[in-house]
Design a protein around this ligand. Structure first.
Ligand code: URA
Length: 245
């Protein structure tokens, strides 16, 4: 027996939080009966419908994608701009991106139809480590890097401690390549952090997500995650949230 919201999330219909909202709003039926109780347990043979549509029992699938530049992290776009789902024409499951990368950011993006997995990995308290490499205008000095490491105030929040280092710099062009490791995932966070200390981002790439890298992939290519990678990521998210309690 599983909790109803978990089963809906795992079917790829919605995140667990969204599934809870759908249940509370009376949009979910189990064997023909509307269920508004969040704790309700269901079994595999139960007939679940969300907004009158039967829940398709999809196998959970997980992809690691090397997102190219000029692609929106979305399933569809009403202005018909390229979206990450365009790169998965053969995939039958209803996959969606886990978190987001900006239109002009390249790098590692996960996609899945498992809403529960997506929520665990993107929840701020689970703190999965992400490594970004940015080309910036200007060359930061030691004290500017230290400010970033300690955390900077951006609009309504202060960034958590980060790891920052300079990979290389080009004094002639007045640019530097900076590596930044963060746990959070605020909108435009890396660009905002570097901008805050005076270094606008010219190019941005996410190179690592937890233990995953872009190894052997080119922009636009993807691969399935191994079972062990999925369980390792979930364990990492779980360990991080436990260590905060
Ligand atoms: N931070 C950003 O500023 N942009 C991204 O795409 C990801 C992290």
């Amino acid at each position: 027996m599983e909790r109803l919201q978990k089963v809906i999330a795992q079917a790829g219909v919605a995140s667990r939080r969204k599934a809870e909202e759908l249940i509370k709003a009376g949009m979910v039926t189990v064997n023909g009966q509307t269920v508004v109780e969040l704790g309700t347990k269901v079994k595999a043979s139960d007939r679940i419908e969300v907004k009158g549509i039967p829940l398709a029992k999809e196998e959970p699938v997980y992809y690691l994608f090397y997102k190219p530049k000029g692609v929106i992290t979305a399933v569809t776009d009403d202005k018909k701009r390229p979206v990450v789902l365009d790169y998965f024409p053969e995939v039958k499951e209803r996959i969606f991106p886990v978190g987001r990368l900006d239109y002009d950011t390249t790098g590692l993006l996960l996609l899945t139809n498992d809403g529960d997995f997506a929520q665990k990995l993107t929840h701020p308290s689970h703190e999965i480590e992400k490594v970004y490499v940015a080309k910036v205008k200007g060359v930061p000095n030691y004290s500017q890097l230290k400010i970033l490491e300690k955390g900077v105030r951006i609009e309504h929040y202060k960034t958590a401690p980060a790891k920052v280092s300079i990979i290389s710099s080009d004094a002639k062009k007045g640019t530097a390549i900076v590596s930044l490791t963060i746990h959070e995932g605020h909108h435009h966070q890396v660009k905002n952090m570097l901008e805050k200390v005076g270094f606008p981002v010219l190019k941005l790439k996410r190179e690592k997500f937890g233990m995953l890298t872009l190894d052997k992939l080119n922009p636009g290519q993807s691969r399935r995650l191994f079972k062990k990678e999925v369980t390792d990521l979930l364990r990492l998210a779980e360990t991080n949230s436990l260590s905060k309690k």
